[in-house]
Design a protein around this ligand. Structure first.
Ligand SMILES: [Zn+2]
Length: 246
């Protein structure tokens, strides 16, 4: 029952994240004006705002002008629902649940904007910092000192990399890494960061070997930071045991 409610919450949040993913890189407000079709500008009625269902009922098209709706909409909604459900199964009804739901919402948002626009919006990271920071101090899902050191360690390390190789790692990545420190703490945060770099290098080399990219091509790093974070969030203790054991 609670699992169903949390999944439903994920669908609704995912539909809001879609608005943020579309508007933030364009410098638009996420609250005003109300949702409208990006092709014809027709305002969307309440029945067109139901996550997933409206996409399926309308066959993936705007009901006013027939323009195709990006498949990103149902994908983000489904991923959000699955992520929220997994988070509840992992953390149960604890202080860590809302804290990590905020983190997952941030990771989904910046992965999508980085893939689509090569942008990690400041507003998304700042919102997560404010909500996460408030939850951290109010409910203590992890030691605030560990979170503070996490922000400094991950932000500082990636900032140093950015200063050495500005084209390899953007400032958006630095801010996202600092947020990872806040939500994971410095210990797991560093695990997540190095896991992200490992995954990025692996995929980068894979793309070069299969000749889909050259070493000069830019690879959005945000989704890798998100992947490393999610793996660490759900399997952190096992990963640490693996490192310590090996
Ligand atoms: Zn339309």
């Amino acid at each position: 029952m609670i699992l169903a409610l949390v999944s439903l919450l994920g669908l609704v949040v995912g539909s809001f994240l879609n608005v943020a993913i579309y508007r933030l890189p364009r410098g638009e407000s996420v609250v005003y004006p109300g949702s409208h079709c990006p092709a014809c500008g027709a305002p969307l009625g309440p029945e067109e705002l139901i996550p997933l269902v409206s996409f399926l009922v309308q066959g993936g098209r705007c009901r006013h002008c027939g323009a195709p709706i990006s498949r990103r909409y149902p994908v983000v909604e489904l991923v959000s629902a699955a992520a929220f459900a997994a988070c509840y199964l992992r953390f149960g009804l604890s202080a860590a649940l809302p804290f990590n739901l905020v983190f997952l919402a941030l990771l989904i948002t910046v992965s999508a904007t980085d893939l689509e626009h090569r942008i990690i919006p400041n507003a998304a990271v700042a919102t997560a910092f404010v909500l996460g920071g408030a939850l951290l101090l109010a409910t203590r899902p992890l030691d605030p000192a560990a979170a503070g050191w996490g922000v400094l360690a991950l932000g500082g390390f990636t900032l140093a990399v950015h200063l050495l190789r500005p084209d390899g790692l953007g400032l958006g990545d630095v801010k996202l890494a600092a947020a990872m420190g806040l939500f994971l703490g410095w210990h797991l945060g560093l695990v997540a960061l190095f896991l992200s770099m490992f995954l990025g290098a692996l995929v980068g080399v894979g793309l070069v070997v299969t000749r889909r990219k050259t070493f000069r091509d830019y690879l959005a790093f945000g989704p890798f930071l998100a992947a490393g974070s999610v793996l660490t969030l759900f399997f952190g203790p096992q990963l640490l045991a693996l490192v310590a054991g090996g």
